[in-house]
Design a protein around this ligand. Sequence first.
Ligand code: ADP
Length: 401
Amino acid sequence: MKVLVVNCGSSSVKYTLFEMTSEKKVAWGLIECIGLPQAFYKRQTINSAEKKEAVKVTSHTEAVELIIKGLLDKETGSIKNINEITVIGHRIVHGRDKFSESVLVTKTVKKGLKECFSIAPLHTPAHYAGILAVEKMLPGVPSVLVFDTAFHQTMPDYAYMYALPYEFYEKDHIRRYGFHGTSHNYVSQRAAVMLGKSLDKLNLITAHLGNGSSITAIEKGKVIDTSMGFTPLQGVVMGTRCGDIDPAIIAYLVGEYPEYKDGSVLNDLMNKKSGLAGISGLSADMRAIIQASSEGNKRATLAFKMLTYSIKKYISAYYGILNNIDGLIFTAGMGENSAIVRETSCKNLNALGIEIDVQKNNERSSEERFVSTENSKVKIMVIPTNEELMIAREAKKVLGG
Ligand code: ADP
């Protein structure tokens, strides 16, 4: 059984074809810079090395068409016939409060997705175009939508509401949604396997630390709070995003600087020019920040400290609301690869039973592993995330059900 995972971003389409008996990748790649002269197509299969070529694609529809033609190519393709693909799993960034789980695409589901356009205007129309293109190229093959927000839909109202006048929730659906749900879901399931317990008996804190980062509190396998909010801007300090700030700063900037009266310019400032990049003035990349800090760059050191301090604050707060946790999980680019980020984020948390083993933590590995001391009450784990596989599993599950 083969499952195709399609991830349409604002200007890219990524894909992975899985053989589900072994859960191995058969073919994968992406088309980036859609609509721009520098658009390119990168692809690889289990039997062939990576190929990269410039392409002319003006829409997500054209990109999906090119990818599917590539998969069907007589010489270099991975399938002979479209019927070899049992189901397609689409990654969807925002399902608002309309979708609390993965769903099979129907007319009603498509209508519901259209109603989510305004809440993620860069992404949802791209997802929608991708769904239509796949339907055209692979007629009769069912599609399943897997939402980044769905795993967080178990949050109680007092955790997801903002204390704004209630009508903004009713009319504009302003509330916390949370993101990276597929990743938090995947690593929490893996953590249960590593701990040898059923997920519904575990309290966990999962820290997805990449360019965008979010931390989630999981009680008996269900999300009860998460650091990202109405959009992926809230929460910890990120590569280019400011994370939590006093909201009155926004009104101040609008009052002081005419350019920020335009909401999109203000959004750009907070989403693309802040975080590690804004503080250091150097880079959004944690590796560059660590390097510059080791060479004595004070602003890089400050950026590093601010980021790890914000992670530590969320871990401590979520420990408090969970009362007791079994595991703390680090995942994504920084969480999986940066020993110093993990060590600093866990420093002086022994009162909470969180004790990192410095030596184990420093060992380089791309495998799932424990990095806590023998005596640590809380097991600290590093678990490489695999959002594509999780989407493929969800698609298979929904189809089976
Ligand atoms: P995205 O959110 O774009 O998917 P990733 O999950 O790939 O991002 O994470 C990217 C972040 O991980 C960058 O800040 C990068 O510097 C950081 N990172 C990756 N490898 C390392 C490393 N060895 N040490 C420190 N940071 C790392």
